[in-house]
Design a protein around this ligand. Structure first.
Ligand code: GDP
Ligand code: MG
Length: 390
């Protein structure tokens, strides 16, 4: 690779972008290439930055707005990485609720910096359970139509639709999902991988390394629906300093996330005022009437003050399981706990659930907490710096 390669890995919240980006970083690094990573969010206090930085790769964070709305920051971050590490490969993860990335990020980069970077095709990762539900191949809760509009637009503009977590599907379901995506998005190429099991990665990486950016006409996007869809999502980023005595950080983290999960289920009950499927309140029963927050992604890190360990726990849908992807090897006394929660719900309800759960976990593990950062909001309407129409 002569000209540094710029690779953008998009996809909805929780699809596995950060996990896959780290796998790609390891792959390029093993080939002797230097790698620079860029994370992005609407606010400060990013779990992904903690995770990427702990991997040892040069990492820059763009907080306080998405790549499209903060294009100059993306360029600055790339230049900063250039100073730090002179990467051969840049890997950038846009915010999972963003779309129209070709017109607002990829084409502007190509037009303005095409002599400095060779831009890879846009990958859009999908979680197969969410995708099957969106495509009505599987029953289960989906988001509101305006959030689904964003999901659809993300897929429509993908050069590569990368079905991730193929380990969750049997061969027939994977085949059906691949065919349905291919029929519905005929301009995209559909691949399937499991970033976790390192399955199917070489075909994808080969495309990231050498494929040309497709020359496609700009997709139509209704920015009003896009803005309304983003504004249906509640966003919470909170960090605390926590202190205790030789406590089990892995258990603390998982119990904390599980507690947020149950708090949100309870708040769903309160919001509906009546019932959720299978449960009866005050003698009333209305199966299927659920106001439970539709969780897009709940993730948290615990970083001990000493050492380089990190614990990471995730939940990617309200009827899913809490998973711990990174474990601490030892108990800890002090550390930093960060939680990022994105769900279709009122951000204050999400913040309340997070704070109540922290309080419970602290009591259980005899740990004290001190807030470092807290924000709860709905994303502002997207207002891209550039939009290249082809
Ligand atoms: N089963 C399975 N889970 C995965 C795979 N890749 C990522 N995940 C999990 O999906 C969750 C969200 O991953 P993350 O990379 O943070 O998603 P992002 O929000 O798109 O960056 C985490 O719990 C990951 O461990 C995979 O290939 N298989
Ligand atoms: Mg991520």
């Amino acid at each position: 690779m002569l000209t540094p390669r710029y690779i953008m890995i998009g996809g909805f919240l929780g699809a596995g972008k950060t996990t896959s980006m780290l796998k790609a970083a390891e792959h390029f690094s093993k080939q002797g290439l230097r790698v620079g990573l860029i994370s992005n969010d609407q606010s400060q206090g990013l779990v992904d930055t903690n995770l990427l930085a702990s991997s040892g790769f040069a990492t820059e964070e763009i907080a306080g707005g998405c790549f499209c709305c903060r294009f100059p920051s993306l360029v600055q971050a790339s230049q900063e990485l250039d100073r730090q590490a002179q990467p051969h490969v840049y890997l950038a993860e846009p915010v999972g609720s963003c779309t129209d990335l070709l017109a607002t990020v990829v084409y502007p980069l190509e037009q303005m910096y095409g002599d400095q970077y060779s831009i890879a095709p846009l990958s859009v990762l999908v979680d197969p359970i969410r995708a099957q539900r969106f495509l009505k191949l599987l029953s289960g809760k989906t988001f509101s139509p305006k959030v689904n509009y964003i999901y659809d637009k993300q897929l429509e503009e993908a050069d590569l639709i990368v079905i991730n977590k193929k380990d969750l599907l049997d061969a027939d379901s994977l085949d059906r999902l691949t065919k349905t995506l291919q029929e519905r998005y005929p301009k995209s190429q559909v691949l399937a991988i499991s970033a976790r099991n390192e399955d199917g990665l070489s075909e994808w990486f080969a495309q990231l390394e050498s494929s040309q950016l497709n020359k496609r006409s700009t997709m139509e996007v209704d920015y009003e629906i896009y803005a309304q869809g983003e504004a249906l999502l509640g966003w919470v980023n909170v960090s605390w300093k926590i202190r205790g005595e030789e406590f089990d950080g892995n258990r603390f983290l998982v119990e904390f996330i599980e507690s947020i999960h149950s708090e949100l289920a309870i708040s769903g009950l309160t919001v509906s005022g009546l019932t959720v499927s299978g449960l009866t309140i005050s003698g009333l029963s209305a199966p299927g009437l659920s106001a439970q927050a539709a969780i897009a992604h709940l993730k948290a890190t615990l970083l001990p003050d000493q050492g380089n360990d990190i614990a990471v726990a995730n939940l990617v849908r309200e009827d899913g399981q809490v998973e711990q992807s990174h474990h601490l090897l030892e108990n800890l006394d002090q550390g930093e706990l960060t939680v990022n929660l994105r769900a279709e719900a009122d951000p204050e309800v999400l913040r309340q659930a997070t704070e109540t759960s922290l309080h419970k976990a602290c009591q259980q593990f005899r740990v004290s907490s001190q807030e470092i950062h807290s924000s709860a909001f709905r994303p502002l309407p997207p207002s891209p710096t550039h939009r290249v129409v082809r």
